[in-house]
Design a protein around this ligand. Structure first.
Ligand code: ATP
Length: 210
């Protein structure tokens, strides 16, 4: 749920455009997003959803226009230190355990590791702390990556297809988590073909389809 009091935008996107392989994915994209909002980037396959999320996260620099972050407490103008980015792949090292993967990611992205066991429990993986990721199913691997949503410390979540490989119960669990975190002030931007049963804003890419 969005806050009821108006807040200043923490993200301003102006005249954003991107093309790949001489094909325009989007152009003149403009929007402003505030803390506590949930934004869905929608569109058919290949319309540029992942590309847009990577631009917002500062991971893809080949674009026109401007992306301006003003996140309270951010140490850099890019707000990099305040963004939790989860890509469409689980991004885990197969030879490491669930806990080792999360410890490594926490160290890399400045998130507290103390809550890792509780986070694994929250995503239904209690008792899997020491299981090598290579021995897990696709949905369990995705849950390990999603456990980072239960670790504090980031003001912005950018999530690429967070529901991939997740069962119906898990989808409901993640939906609840996104709603709760947004209500606490986090800006959530996600791509999915799944629309949340809550008040979300939408950016639709590729009006003509893929
Ligand atoms: N590494 C790359 N190099 C060149 N072109 C790429 C690369 N990755 C993606 N593209 C192209 O950019 C376009 C947009 O890709 P993107 O992954 O952003 O789309 P998407 O909307 O997220 O797709 P999907 O719903 O299938 O995940 C596609 O046409 C794709 O071919």
């Amino acid at each position: 749920m969005s806050p009821t009091t108006p807040t200043s935008p923490i993200l301003r996107v102006e005249q954003l455009g991107c093309e790949r392989d001489e094909r325009i994915l989007f152009r003149d994209l403009a929007f402003q997003a505030c803390a506590g909002e949930i934004w869905q980037v929608a569109g058919a396959n290949g319309t540029g959803k992942t590309t847009l999320l990577r631009i917002l996260a500062g991971l893809h620099g080949f674009h026109d226009g401007r992306v301006r972050w003003q996140v309270p407490g951010a140490r850099h103008a890019s707000a990099h230190d305040q963004i939790l980015f989860l890509g469409h792949l689980a991004g885990l090292r197969e030879e490491l355990t669930a806990q080792e993967n999360l410890r490594w990611l926490c160290a890399l992205h400045d998130q507290p590791a103390a809550m890792i066991p509780a986070a694994l429990s929250a995503v239904g993986l209690a008792g899997y702390d020491d299981a090598p990721v290579a021995t897990m199913s696709a949905g369990q691997k995705r849950r390990v990556a999603l456990a980072r949503l239960w670790l504090p410390g980031k003001a912005v979540w950018i999530l690429d297809e967070p529901f991939t490989a997740i069962d119906a119960t898990g989808v409901e669990m993640i939906e609840q988590r996104l709603r709760k975190q947004a209500a606490a002030g986090t800006l959530v931007i996600y791509t999915s073909h799944h629309r949340l049963a809550t008040d979300t804003r939408q950016i639709h890419l590729g009006g003509q389809g893929a």
